[in-house]
Design a binder for this molecule. Structure first.
Ligand code: NDP
Ligand code: 8X3
Length: 252
């Protein structure tokens, strides 16, 4: 049976790669993000290439009213969502605790914790009546360890870890699976966003590494989503071979 897969942050990186992977396997998609043009182009490309339907929804996960309104007004035939890939998120800045921008902190908390939770709650309420569904949350190796100047980003990803556990417990009676995926360094738009367009700083993150790419993470998510109904991967850490954890890299 083809699934309905709801992907947040599908305009770039992991979300876009997941959209390509799931569409190539004939699943119908709800794709979301703020950049309408990118979403529209992706929807047209995927529906033109594969026998799938794609519903693009433009909203900012930080805006609670928008999240509730957009998810609340999904057409009836799209409401039976099988998989949520709760992926939209970002790092803003990498600075010492005492100097970090409070605006950056607000952006990360509002996106990675509050927006993340608004979407998960709204979609889980669509899954509950059917007593099935799978929520796949994007954490990070920064959900497991805290590194220098990672302060609020690491805190938000630790919150993703905590909320994934919380969802797994509270959604247990409804047989909704919850998987937390924790990638290490992956070369997407992530670092360019983090360093506010400074490509030199962004490229330095991946110097000497063959880092993960978005398709690696999408393959892993696709694998987790394809397991039998009675099997749930709860927690999965994925790094490139040259990264052991947040601290140890072999940069050649
Ligand atoms: P990208 O920057 O490539 O993509 C991020 C996506 O999130 C974009 O589609 C963006 O869409 C969306 N997004 C960001 N803010 C909002 C918002 N307020 N409302 C709606 N959508 C938003 O990053 P990645 O694909 O690398 O990251 C995806 C997730 O994986 C994030 O949660 C990140 O923290 C996590 N992660 C990334 C790692 C990496 O090294 N790349 C490693 C570990 C975890 P738009 O701008 O159009 O709104
Ligand atoms: C992104 C990976 O190591 O920059 O979550 O925090 S890291």
């Amino acid at each position: 049976m083809d699934k309905i897969v709801f992907i947040t942050g599908a305009t770039a990186g992991f979300g876009e790669a997941c959209a390509r992977k799931f569409a190539a396997n004939n699943h119908n998609l709800i794709i979301t993000g703020r950049r309408q043009e990118r979403l529209q182009q992706l929807a047209e490309e995927l529906t033109g290439t594969y026998p799938v339907a794609v519903l693009p929804l433009v909203f900012d996960v930080r805006n609670r009213e928008q999240v509730l309104e957009m998810i609340g007004s999904i057409p009836e035939q799209w409401k039976r969502i099988d998989v949520l890939i709760n992926n939209a998120g970002l790092a803003a800045g990498k600075d010492d605790f005492a100097q970090a921008s409070l605006d950056d902190w607000d952006t990360m908390v509002d996106t990675n914790i509050k927006g993340f939770a608004y979407v998960a709650q709204a979609v889980s309420n669509l899954m509950i009546p059917h007593k099935r569904g799978h929520i796949i949350n994007l954490g990070s190796v920064a959900a497991k360890q805290v590194y220098a100047q990672g302060n609020m980003y690491c805190a938000t990803k630790h919150a993703v870890e905590a909320l994934s556990q919380a969802m797994r417990i509270d959604l247990l009676p409804y047989h909704i699976k919850v998987t937390a995926i924790h990638p290490g360094a992956a070369n997407t738009e992530f670092s360019t966003v983090r360093f506010k367009g400074d490509r030199i700083a962004a490229d330095k993150v991946y110097e000497g590494l063959i880092p993960l790419v978005a398709a690696d993470v999408a393959e892993t998510i696709f694998y987790c989503a394809g397991l039998p109904d009675h099997v749930c991967i709860n927690d999965l850490v994925i790094t490139c071979t040259q990264q052991a954890d947040c601290f140890y890299y072999d940069r050649g």
